[in-house]
Structures are given as C-alpha cells and as structure tokens.
Design a binder for this molecule. Structure first.
Ligand code: 7TS
Length: 403
C-alpha cells in the first residue's frame, strides 16, 4: 500500500483503480486544505481592494506566481502568466505572438505526436498568416531522431512548438537539443509541458524554452488554473490576448494603455483560489521529490509492462523501457474496440482512457484509429497494477471473444 495514496481523500474507502492520471490527476488533502483555508480566511477580489482580505488574496496569488516561477526555473515571477490551462497558454502565444510575428513563407515546426492543443492554434495561425506547418516524424516508440530536427528546422522556421512528453507514448522529447537548433536558426521555442511538469523536474532556462505551458489539474492541482512562462523580452513586446479589467494602465473613450506583464495578460478577475491550490500542489510534489516520483512510476510501469508482455493478445505502444513512459502505457487488445475495453474495465472499477487521446495525427501515423491508455502516477500501487493486469487477461472473455 502506497502511503502517498492515503493523502488523497478520493481513494478513502474506495476500491477504484484510477489509471487516467494523464487526463487529470487526483488532489491530495494538502491541496484541498490550502484552498479551503484561503476560502475561509480571506477570499476577496485580488489586485483591486485596499482592505485586508483583498490584500491577503493578492499576496496569496502573487506567492503562487513565485512558486510556479521557482518550480520551473523562471528567473522572474513576472515571466509567469496565469491561465486556465495548457490549451489557453498555447492559444495566448498563438494569438498574441503568432499572429503578429508569422508571415507568408514562414514555417511552424511541430511533431506528429502533438496533442491537438498544440496543433490547432498553429493551424489557425497558419491559415491567417500564410505560414506553413512542418511536422517532425518520430519513431514508432515516440523517439524523435536528431535528423528530424536538424533537417526540418531551417532558416524559414519562426516557431518550434513541441511537447516535452507525449500524452500517448510517454516519450520525452530532447527539448534542449531541439531548442539549440531552433535558436541557431533564429526561431522561438514553445514547449507544451502538460505531461512533463507532473513527472519530472523542469528548468525552462536549461531547456532553452522561450515559452512553456502547463496545467495545474495534471499535477495534483485544481482544474481551471494553468500557467504560461514567457521570456520577459517576448512577453513585453506582445499585445494582450484578452482585454478588459485589471490589465490596463489608463483608459480613455477611444483607447487604452496596458499594465506591465504579467497583468497585461490576465484580464478580468483571476482564479486566485486555483493559484493557491496549484502552489500547494507544487509544495506537495517537492515534498515527495521527483526522484521518488520517477522511481515509483518506473517500477509500476515496469511491473505492468512485464505482465502485458505475457499477454499475446495485447499490443503495447511506446518504448520497451519502463523509464521512457512517464507512467503512460498505451495499448490495444486484439479484436476488442478500445471503448469496449474501457467500458468493461469500468464495471471492475478501473478507470482508463480510450480513444484518439486528442492526438489524431499520431494515431494515423501509428496506423490505428484509437487505443486504450492506462496512465499511472506515483500514488498508484503494485496491488492496483496486479489487479489491473488480472482484469486485462479477462477482457476478451468478458467481451465474448473467449479467454
Ligand atoms: N498538451 C498535452 C501534451 C496534453 O496531454 C494535454 C491534455 C493538453 C496539452 C491539454 O491540456 P488542458 O489542461 O489544456 O486540457 N491531455 C489529455 C489527455 O491525455 N487526456 O485528457 C487530456
């Protein structure tokens, strides 16, 4: 029994096996308590009030910004813009930076394994500016060969937008190497960190990221809070994405001047309680430590892959090496639709994901229309993996295909 599991109220007295952590993680008591304490002690509209509760809300919100900056190695707190999630962070860059800086003939380089959140905003930019999308192809296990980024990032490249970790294969992209090539060509690098911040230490400076997007709900925090890191020089020259209250300096009937970053990008009332929750999630992750998180995920994934290798009807996608999965195990069972696999496992109180995982170009590349996906996190247990593997051996029988 993992002692970490006991920190998560949702598992108390429950036999549910939650293996959909790549979609959203669960929240420990410490996060829930931090949000409750904020709610019960000082909830008010931040940034505008001059009374104690509003000032304390503002302080808590700015402390959370500092926590995120420190967590991902940003030099300055103002390089962190709070958003709703990774999707909004990437859209902010697409609308504010992309539409202003991309032109006909420019190229935006992506990988074929991107989540739709890191494809659609660039399709929009390409449509509206005349820029072109160029895809780097990965190997079947998700590895991105150096020849891809060395050949596809060229003098025409203005932006390279890549996920640090694939949400389907769990493969980690060589961001530093990609960024070095991109910067040599004068391109800007956006990193989608939705699947990396929950699993590994991140240092945006060491990675060479110019922009870095993350979601709180995938790293033990609440839904509705995410962040965008942007290099200060880039953020300062960008126009706002959304406009309205709290992001201005002065407004006349005809025009406005904007507040400095990051307020320029945080129009309207912000999600202060979400930020407090995200900050508590960061404290919790740091308390467990990424060494422990990575070791536990590797051990659990290794156990699951060992069990699955003994099931000839099961095809696993991704690396043979459990350390290269970030807890994500994507698979199919011969003759069974992944939706049926997920539904029948649900009746055993096992939560997994099935479908295209918002990565249809990757599905096409892998030659499948959909897959099942179990995604583990450090609070899962060996016992859960064994119960899940036992259930997998029975899926074909339950679905009427014989044992
Ligand atoms: N990028 C990656 C790599 C992701 O895995 C996801 C969500 C997103 C972006 C979007 O994150 P959001 O918080 O803005 O929604 N991935 C998944 C998933 O794999 N299953 O459900 C959501």
């Amino acid at each position: 029994m993992s002692s970490y599991r006991e920190d998560f109220p949702i598992f108390k007295g429950s036999d549910v096996i939650y293996f959909d952590n790549a979609a959203t993680s669960q929240r420990p008591r410490q996060v829930i308590e931090a949000m409750r304490s904020f709610n019960d002690s000082c909830n008010a509209n931040p940034l505008r009030g001059l009374y104690d509760w509003s000032v304390r809300t503002t302080d808590a919100y700015e402390a959370a910004r500092h926590a995120v900056a420190h967590f991902i190695g940003a030099e300055r707190d103002c390089e962190i813009v709070f958003t709703r999630n990774t999707t909004e962070s990437i859209n902010l860059v697409a609308y504010s930076w992309g539409l202003a800086n991309l032109h006909a003939g420019d190229e935006i380089v992506l990988t074929v394994s991107e989540h739709h959140s890191n494809i659609l905003p660039w399709q929009m930019c390409a449509r509206r500016t005349g820029a072109r999308l160029v895809y780097m192809e990965c190997e079947k296990d998700g590895t991105l060969p150096a020849s891809e980024y060395e050949s596809k990032i060229t003098d025409r490249t203005k932006l390279v937008a890549v996920a640090e970790v694939s949400n389907v294969l769990g493969a980690v992209n060589p961001i530093r190497e990609i960024a070095d090539v991109a910067h040599r060509k004068g391109a800007v690098v956006l990193v989608d960190g939705a699947q990396s911040t929950p699993h590994m230490p991140v240092d945006v400076k060491a990675l060479g990221a110019d922009f870095y997007a993350l979601s709180g709900h995938k790293m033990l925090g609440p839904m509705g809070i995410g962040a965008l890191y942007g290099r200060i020089a880039l953020l300062e020259e960008m126009q706002p994405f959304l406009t309205g209250g709290e992001m201005i300096e002065t407004v006349t009937r005809e025009s406005a001047t904007f507040a400095p970053v990051p307020e320029k990008f945080e129009a309207g009332t912000v999600n202060a309680m979400g930020a407090v929750g995200l900050s508590a999630a960061i404290d919790y992750l740091n308390g467990v430590g990424f060494d422990t998180i990575m070791r536990k995920e590797r051990d659990l994934t290794g156990l699951l892959l060992d069990r699955m290798r003994k099931m000839p009807e099961v095809t696993v996608y991704g690396s043979e090496d459990p350390a290269k999965h970030c807890g994500i195990v994507t698979f199919n069972i011969e003759g069974c639709h992944p939706h049926d696999v997920a539904s029948v496992l649900d009746s055993e109180h096992i939560c997994i994901r099935a479908g295209h995982h918002c990565a249809q170009p990757l599905m096409k590349y892998l030659g499948v229309s959909s897959t099942a996906r179990a995604s583990l996190y450090f609070y899962n247990t060996e016992e859960e993996v064994e119960r899940f593997a036992d259930a997998l051996t029975k899926v074909r029988g339950w679905l009427g295909y014989g044992a």
